[in-house]
Design a protein around this ligand. Structure first.
Ligand code: URA
Length: 437
């Protein structure tokens, strides 16, 4: 029988039992109305971390967390609403250009994103490198913008899945983040609250991902796909490699500039490969295209015709960003300390270690150590070589952008071990490893 006693509910999971809907509802209510103390919530999180949740419990937890706040109703806006979510990587700027590319094909994209987490960057921080860009639109303005220009890009508001905010903060300080059912419930509760019809997940594995191991990333993808579909949102996941950084730039304004290149048809090959793979799934799930091939073609046409770029300019104007800076992104890239990192020998690039690159970008001021800390949008690393490319002795491996020349010099020392060169050309593996539908 379901218990209403907090300690008994925790004990049931501690001992490996399954929680019923009423017990899960009590836990989530306890997180959102304050009736469970932090130590009780944390004990439960650790019990879940150690004992796991089955698929039915995970679905129940996800839906209870979603219902802890506002669930957007976008029914008055015609067409299927589709979003994409990445589990986080290094140089992952895909959302910035993917959302306008998909919106330019006539699909509504209500994108609610996050800030940098750990070694990974966040879409909101990258957007905020555009002076004036407002990621904190109230939900009624967001809804009006979706009806007007077909897409919007904002951050999580206080009233969206508030139980996740408290639980996430506790997980962060209690070694309970890396739990497949907790990650699933955390991500999906926020995404399902957006009022979307379909969702494409980019679940990353490899050195620069939260989940280095393919098997665990696959478990997470399968769970999120089944919970999403059972909750009435058509959900697919791509399992994608996150070893070398995505593209050639890491850092907020540097990544924005690279996304602008993507929208103008000059994006790096790996970045565009991933963009088309994710975007094609979005268009198919939206019912806009019958096949992946047709969807890729439509996305490509949107870039070539300039429609995707014009959509992005509409977004910048609608959310108060300074249009002049996206027309001339070089204005955002004026970090005073710049240094080229050169190779001491010739060879083929066999590895670019994304964790090391991320750590250096973070130390330069591109990421936060504590929540709420200011970041420097102009710093980071650009012109990164890619695996498989040939470099001559004295050739450029990357460019450091720092607040001072002393910081640029320190960063260049730390980048020593980020690149590996060999005598044989290695062909980089395709970024998309599997699709889970
Ligand atoms: N992102 C989230 O929003 N939640 C998690 O648990 C992990 C990544």
């Amino acid at each position: 029988m379901a218990s209403t006693n907090v300690a008994e509910i925790i004990a049931r999971k501690r001992d490996g039992g399954a929680l019923g809907p009423a017990e899960i509802a009590a836990f989530v209510r306890g997180a959102s109305d304050g009736s469970w103390a932090d130590f009780q919530l944390t004990a439960m999180l650790m019990a879940i971390y150690l004992r796991g949740l089955d698929a039915a419990e995970t679905r129940e937890l996800t839906l209870a967390m979603m219902r802890s706040g506002v669930v957007l109703d976008l029914g008055a806006i015609p067409g299927r609403k589709v979003d994409k979510h990445s589990t986080g990587g290094v140089g992952d700027k895909i959302s910035l250009h993917l959302a306008p590319m998909v919106a330019a094909c006539g699909v509504v994209v209500p994108m609610i994103s996050g800030r940098g987490l750990g070694h990974t960057g966040g879409t909101l921080d990258k957007l905020e490198s555009i002076p004036g860009f407002n990621v904190a639109l109230p939900l009624d303005r967001f809804r009006a913008q979706l009806a007007g220009i077909g897409f919007g890009m904002i951050g999580q508001t206080d009233d969206l899945a508030p139980a996740d905010r408290r639980l996430y903060a506790l997980r962060d300080v209690s070694a309970t983040v890396a739990s497949v059912p907790l990650i699933c419930a955390s991500i999906l509760s926020k995404k399902l609250a957006e009022g979307i019809d379909a969702l494409v997940l980019d679940v990353k594995f490899g050195e620069g991902a939260f989940m280095p191991d393919l098997a665990r990333a696959r478990d997470l993808a399968q769970l999120m796909v089944s919970v999403g579909n059972e909750s009435g949102v058509a959900t697919r996941a791509l399992l994608t490699r996150m070893d070398e950084p995505i593209g050639r730039a890491v850092g907020n304004a540097l990544e924005l500039a690279e996304s602008i290149d993507c929208l103008q048809g000059r994006g790096p090959a790996d970045t565009m490969e991933l963009t088309y793979a994710l975007g094609a799934q979005m268009l198919v799930l939206a019912g806009r295209c019958a096949t992946e091939a047709a969807a890729r073609e439509e996305l490509r046409r949107g870039v070539q015709s300039g429609a995707a770029w014009r959509k992005f300019l509409e977004l910048v104007r609608a959310q108060g960003g300074a249009e002049g800076t996206v027309l001339h992104p070089e204005k955002l890239l004026q970090a005073p300390g710049q240094e080229l990192i050169k190779s001491t020998k010739a060879g083929f690039v066999t590895a670019v270690h994304s964790r090391r690159i991320a750590a250096v970008a973070h130390a330069l001021g591109a990421g936060r150590t504590r929540a709420g800390e200011a970041i420097n949008p102009a710093v980071g690393i650009s012109h990164l070589v890619k695996v498989g490319e040939r470099v001559e002795a004295g050739g450029v491996l990357c460019r450091v952008h720092a607040a001072t020349s002393a910081e640029a010099a320190a960063a260049s020392q730390q980048l020593d071990t980020a690149f590996e060169l060999g005598s044989q050309r290695t062909t980089p593996a395709l970024l998309v490893a599997e699709m889970i539908a």
